[in-house]
Design a protein around this ligand. Structure first.
Ligand SMILES: [Fe+2]
Ligand SMILES: [Fe+2]
Length: 372
């Protein structure tokens, strides 16, 4: 029986390589191996059965006798198996690039490249149909799988640009929104969610789920294409302020203390501040980014808006945001069923727009897939 395929990420700094790991996980499960600490049993098992590795990505700087020897010893068996090897190299050091080729690299890419460039390079090295394991997709689903990865890349690049103080690429978000509306409009929200639920990173997955629900909901409400597009873009960006929240708080496997919760809540203002400072983002996006945690009874944050002070796009985004959060798997909770999520949301009378919630419920004539 064919072994499940993983990308093997070889590094000398497991902490610094996290952004690379998160991007690669959009394509396949990722096993990280620290070159100087190869003790992980799962990794050793995989190395002993080399056919479980689809692609190797190395961000190790190939300098120093011990490092080069260790890297060569690790990579040689894979070269024999013809496993593709992508080496991330410092463009300012031609010597490192030459060393990477000498170690058997199939391709090299500059360290610090965008998620898009990284995912495109690795996707080109995977066999057709290898992404999103477990699916044997016909052509339409294969296209949707590519769209899901591309949207994930747009979200990854958006969050890393935000964190590094770079400019958010509105064309990339617009392209992601277009892919989603076309994909969901063609194969439906269930197929989209089935693929998105396999995205490993919690923050990327959440943005993609919320945007997926918003796109499907807006289309079902008969909004114009322009309005569906604006709303979907806003949903993709709704949690952009989480780029500034430390990962150990975002992924904490338990309740947040008061200080951590306050920091987490600040993401709404941080996202709004960032987009306003950059300029060029529509009012609907700014409104959704700042206000998607407001409640009709004034109990939400950050501005304690109430009733008519909360716009329809925000009401829609809030419903999709809460629903997605309830049915998602998170580090600190199991996923709920749709029925359980709706039951909780129906209990939020006074906080949510119940008329919109009823209409949202009609999207789910068929059972939704669960995140595994
Ligand atoms: Fe949020
Ligand atoms: Fe959210």
């Amino acid at each position: 029986m064919a072994q499940a395929q993983s990308i093997l990420l070889v590094t000398s700094d497991p902490e610094a390589v996290q952004p690379v790991r998160r991007s690669l996980a959009l394509l396949q499960p990722v096993q990280t191996l620290c070159l100087t600490d190869p003790r992980d049993d799962a990794i050793r098992h995989m190395l002993a059965h080399g056919d479980g590795v689809s692609v190797i990505v190395s961000d190790v700087v190939p300098r120093g006798v011990d490092i080069v020897r260790g890297l060569r010893g690790l990579l040689d068996p894979f070269r024999l198996l013809k496993t593709p090897i992508l080496c991330l190299v410092t463009r300012t050091s031609p010597r490192d690039e030459v060393q990477a080729w000498a170690l058997g690299a199939s391709a090299v890419l500059a360290t610090g490249s965008t998620s898009g460039a990284l995912v495109a390079a690795v996707r080109g090295m995977l066999q057709p149909g290898e992404t999103h394991p477990g699916l044997q997709p016909p052509e339409l689903e294969r296209q949707l799988a590519v769209a899901v990865t591309d949207v994930g890349v747009a979200v990854a690049d958006m969050l890393s640009s935000a964190k590094q103080g770079g400019r958010i690429s509105t064309p990339a978000i617009a392209e992601a929104s277009g892919s989603m509306l076309q994909g969901i409009g063609t194969v439906g929200i269930s197929a989209w969610m089935r693929l998105v639920s396999e995205v490993d990173d919690q923050t990327y997955r959440h943005c993609m789920m919320v945007a997926g629900f918003v796109a499907a909901f807006a289309m079902s409400l008969g909004f114009s294409h322009g309005d569906c597009d604006r709303l979907t873009r806003a949903a993709l960006m709704h949690d952009i302020g989480k780029a500034f929240i430390p990962l150990d708080i975002l992924n904490k496997p338990g309740p947040l203390d008061a200080t951590q919760a306050a920091l987490m809540r600040s993401h709404a203002c941080l996202g709004d501040d960032l987009l306003r400072a950059q300029g060029g983002h529509g009012e609907m996006t700014l409104d959704v980014v700042r206000h998607h945690h407001e409640h009709l009874d004034g109990s939400g944050y950050p501005d304690g808006l109430s009733g008519r002070g909360i716009s329809d796009p925000v009401r829609i985004a809030t419903i999709c945001d809460i629903f997605a959060a309830l049915i998602e798997r998170r580090a600190y909770k199991s996923p709920m069923t749709d029925a359980e999520a709706f039951q909780i949301m129906r209990g939020m009378t006074g906080k949510l727009d119940m008329q919109l919630l009823t209409m949202f419920g009609r999207l789910f004539a068929r059972p939704m897939p669960r995140s595994a």
